[in-house]
Design a protein around this ligand. Structure first.
Ligand SMILES: Nc1ncnc2c1ncn2[C@@H]1O[C@H](COP(=O)(O)OP(=O)(O)OP(=O)(O)O)[C@@H](O)[C@H]1O
Length: 228
């Protein structure tokens, strides 16, 4: 479970990313984070994967207390989390297979495990036939699938995605959401910040809306609720 208690983030320039946020996310949930531009979605996402730490308040993620991680806990935490970005940032000189394998190499996985796991994940995201292609040979949707495979490969408990469909056309976006939904169905908790109104409205998942750094709405089977 993830629990945010009175979390605020004030940046060095004095701007607040989030203000006094309280939120609980249980394992197995699928949650959309919505809100106008500048509302604080990315700030919240960055706090969740500990790219940032709160100025005040505390975030608990399973056994971790994010503001007070002991040495060695950061890498253990990161293994529980798979992060997906709008801008996929693949390694351009490595193939699809190598990009995904790299995520296992950096956490010290054995080559035996890598050889076993990477093909499984490529199969799951529908990219087995593209395994030897380089990023520039892939469509935007395929590149994002590699991004998702990379996030998934270490079997994280939580998938945290910041506008993963932001660069994709509507049809491709739906393919990516279907994939995230399947991953959620297999047990991962999915937290996704998005402006994709149609997707949110069709999925009937939990929707948490943020405005001016504060949570203003939290609905179990919610709708997007804004005009794009
Ligand atoms: N690194 C930073 N330094 C200073 N201020 C920041 C920083 N990151 C975000 N902010 C400020 O925090 C507030 C929330 O921004 P954030 O990027 O979290 O919003 P968002 O909801 O993700 O927006 P968008 O939908 O446009 O991505 C804004 O006022 C923004 O200017």
């Amino acid at each position: 479970m993830i629990r945010l208690e009175n979390v605020s983030k004030r940046y060095a320039n004095g701007h607040y990313g989030v203000i006094d946020v309280n939120l609980e996310i249980r394992r197995g949930e699928f949650l959309f984070l919505v809100g106008p531009s500048g509302a604080g979605k990315s700030s919240l996402i960055r706090l969740l994967y500990r790219e940032e730490v709160p100025t005040s308040g505390e975030i608990y993620l399973d056994e971790f207390r994010l503001s007070q991680l002991r040495r060695g806990q950061v890498s253990r935490l990161r293994r529980q989390l798979g992060v997906v970005f709008q801008d996929v940032k693949l390694l351009t000189n490595r193939t699809v297979y190598q990009n995904v394998a790299f995520a296992m190499e950096v956490v010290g996985a054995s080559s035996r495990d890598i050889h076993k796991r990477v093909p499984q994940v490529l199969e799951l995201v529908g990219l087995s036939r593209r395994r030897n292609n380089y990023p520039h040979q892939l469509s935007g949707g395929e590149q994002q699938r590699v991004g998702i495979a990379r996030a998934l490969v270490n079997n994280p408990v939580y998938i945290i995605a910041d506008e993963p469909t932001g660069n994709l056309d509507p049809e491709t976006s739906f393919e990516i959401i279907k994939l995230l939904n399947e991953i959620n169905r297999r047990g991962a908790t999915v937290i996704m910040a998005t402006h994709a109104k149609d997707i949110v409205n069709q999925m009937h998942k939990r929707v948490v809306a943020v405005e001016n750094g504060r949570i203003v709405r939290d609905e179990a089977r919610g709708a997007y609720g804004y005009e794009p």
